[in-house]
Structure formats: structure tokens, C-alpha cells
Design a protein around this ligand. Structure first.
Ligand SMILES: [Zn+2]
Length: 161
């Protein structure tokens, strides 16, 4: 996939995703629940400045920013894949897929993304995140690597759950 083609796809995709993320964050902030004392401690350890702003909502399936047919279009035309995540941080709103609910691994990983949103802002986070995934792959994306590394450090210090 050519670099220019991917950039065109990203320039179309990211603004849609940012609007969607903003809307979904509002939804989670209205309907989700706040963190327990323990979870706030994990969020702090993950680098979140304002853990009390976070709300979590469990769903059967984490929603995607667009209909599946659009996602397929971006995947085929521009090589921008959107998977089916088990958790998703939309700044202070966090979705968790139901079956993973009790798993602090997923939650702490999403907290690191929340800290990244605090640092970068919503638009810049999304732009960098999608660019990194498009050009370096999901596993090579620096924002994803940071989330995995920080989460691993935080989880190491937790008592076994
Ligand atoms: Zn991640």
C-alpha cells in the first residue's frame, strides 16, 4: 500500500473517528460507573492525572466508529484495519467487552491510553494512533508499545488477583 494512499485514507478516517470518540465518551460518562479506590490507584500508577474523571461501561461488543461496510472499505482501499477490541479507551470513557470485565490487564492497558489522551488531546492522539497503526502495524505502534510496557510494570506490582 502506497504511503500517499494511506495518508489520504487517514485524512478521511481520523476526523470521523474523533467525532465518534467524542460522542461515545459522552455516552460512557453518562452511563458508566466511576472507579473504585483500588482502580483509581491503578489509573494513577498508569499515569492518569485525573482518575476521578474516568467512567467504565461494559458492553457485549465494543462498538466501532463506523458500520462494518465502511471499515471494510477503509481496509481494502487504504489498508487501514479496525479490529474487534476487548477494551477501548475514549479519553475518560472506557469500554470493556463483558467477558473481560474482571480482568485488570485490560483495564490498566486502557488507563495508559487515557493518560496518553491527557497528554496529547483527543485529535492528536487519534491522528498519531491511526498513523502509527497504518505505517508501523498495531504491534509496532509506539503508543501501543508504551501502553503494553507501562501496563506490564503496573501489573507487576499488583497483588495477584
Ligand atoms: Zn492499546
Amino acid at each position: 500500500m502506497k504511503r500517499a494512499s494511506k495518508l489520504i485514507g487517514l485524512a478521511m478516517l481520523v476526523p470521523i473517528v474523533v467525532l465518534w470518540a467524542w460522542w461515545q465518551e459522552r455516552r460512557i460518562l453518562n452511563r458508566g460507573w466511576g472507579l473504585s479506590e483500588l482502580e483509581r490507584g491503578w489509573a494513577k500508577a498508569a499515569g492518569v492525572a485525573e482518575p476521578s474523571n474516568i467512567r467504565v461501561m461494559t458492553v457485549d461488543t465494543v462498538p466501532l466508529p463506523m458500520p462494518v461496510s465502511w471499515a471494510e472499505f477503509f481496509h481494502e482501499r487504504f489498508g487501514l484495519g479496525i479490529g474487534s477490541p476487548i477494551g477501548m479507551s475514549l479519553r475518560y470513557g472506557i469500554y470493556l467487552a463483558d467477558e473481560y470485565m474482571p480482568n485488570p490487564r485490560v483495564l490498566v492497558h486502557e488507563f495508559v491510553h487515557t493518560a496518553q489522551y491527557e497528554r496529547l488531546g483527543l485529535f492528536k492522539f487519534m491522528w498519531l494512533y491511526f498513523c502509527q497503526c497504518a505505517f508501523e502495524g498495531y504491534n509496532g505502534a509506539p503508543l501501543e508499545c508504551e501502553a503494553n510496557e507501562v501496563a506490564a510494570r503496573v501489573l507487576e506490582r499488583l497483588p495477584r488477583v
